[in-house]
Design a protein around this ligand. Structure first.
Ligand code: UT7
Length: 329
């Protein structure tokens, strides 16, 4: 088996910002409640003519620019998203065409907030199997398209954004991919979903009138599951690789709620100065939170070559995922 490393990151968030005060004019909420209960201050929202592939293309181009290679060098593109431009063709196909990745195949990966961790796991294996040299993993979501801005339980949480990692073969034994721990617990499927628009409940006048094309969430159930599972997967993956929380340079968790992140850090015994939290600026961008948080950590000098980084996410499904990497640049 070969080894995989991350060689470049690119991110994109649309320029328009929706603040808590803006939301307070739309639903019965306020900045104090949102900050205390979630940690979110603002989120970015795509303009009406911007779709997920547009965000993904910008992120992909930024990653390729950072690496200094043409798109034609990419062997595969994985777009992790729950808000594809349309059901088909896959957003990966739209991105492949737009960036000119003429040698790439690819697919969309639906795992909601765990999407990027699943995408990274998949890319690491494609590369480690020596069948692929360069795989682009993109987490991109335009959550504003499936949010009901009359539902204060969900509209305060989500934002739009995209991030891409380039995963490549690694000849350096020290750094790169170490391990993954991904799970599904489908018994939680009812608690977070967009009910209509698929083969179970195709789009109709009724599904629109009954607001079935929006995110429906039982926040309390998701919260409880996330707090339990985030800790469980992090401690298991550390344990089985002979590491303790002290060995981790940075925990980069999915950004769903600051209280979930705080609880995970506390249970693991990782001080908050070794946890990346940027939910205040972006909200929950679903598949994009982990690359956005990584980009912020790299840019602020918190993540350097050789550092042990732990990724963890829980999302709709329920999906659960953790990855351990030793940072490569
Ligand atoms: O990545 C996976 C995606 N989703 C998640 O991870 C979400 C996980 N869940 C959560 O983050 C939290 O459950 C929420 C932020 C969604 C809700 O926070 P909570 O602390 O669980 O609040 P709650 O639903 O228990 O509601 C507490 C109170 C209620 O009022 P009463 O019944 O006590 O009078 C709500 O009606 O807060 C009220 N409330 C609000 N008040 C002001 C709910 N939403 C709001 C709001 N503004 N936006």
């Amino acid at each position: 088996m070969g080894k995989a490393k991350i060689t470049a990151i690119g991110c994109y968030t649309p320029p328009r910002v929706l603040t808590n005060d803006d939301l307070a004019k739309m639903v019965d909420t306020n900045d104090k409640w949102i900050v205390e209960r979630t940690g979110i201050k603002e989120r970015h929202i795509a303009d009406a003519d911007v779709a997920t592939s547009d965000l993904a293309v910008e992120a992909a181009k930024a990653a390729l620019l950072m690496r200094g290679i043409p798109a034609s060098d990419v062997d595969a593109i994985i777009v992790c998203t729950v808000t594809p431009d349309m059901m088909f063709p896959a957003t990966a196909c739209l991105v492949q065409h737009r960036i000119g990745a003429v040698g790439a195949w690819g697919f969309d990966l639906i795992a909601a907030c765990s999407g990027f961790v699943y995408g990274l796991t998949t890319a690491a294996h494609l590369v480690a199997g020596n069948t692929h040299k360069k795989v682009l993993v993109i987490g991109a979501d335009t959550m504003s398209r499936i949010i009901n801005y009359k539902d204060r339980g969900t509209c305060i949480l989500f934002g739009d954004g995209a991030g891409a990692f380039l995963v490549e073969q690694c000849d350096d034994d020290e750094n790169g991919f170490i391990d993954f721990l991904n799970e599904i617990d489908g018994s939680g499927g009812e608690f977070l979903k967009m009910p209509a628009g698929g083969s179970r409940m195709p789009a109709s006048l009724e599904t629109v009138q009954q607001e079935m094309h929006y995110v429906h969430q039982d926040g309390g159930q998701v919260f409880k599951f996330a707090v339990r599972k985030m800790h469980e997967i992090c401690s298991t993956i550390l344990d089985r690789n002979g590491y303790t929380a002290d060995d981790i340079k940075l925990l980069i968790p999915h950004q769903a709620n600051r209280r979930i992140i705080w609880a995970t850090a506390e249970k693991l015994g990782i001080p908050l100065d070794r946890v990346v939290i940027n939910i205040d600026k972006y909200g929950n961008t679903t598949a994009a939170t982990i690359p956005l948080a990584t980009r912020d950590a790299v840019e602020s000098g918190r993540l350097k070559k050789g550092d042990l980084v732990l990724y963890a996410a829980v999302g709709a499904g329920f999906t659960v995922g953790a990855n351990l990497w030793r940072w490569s640049f």
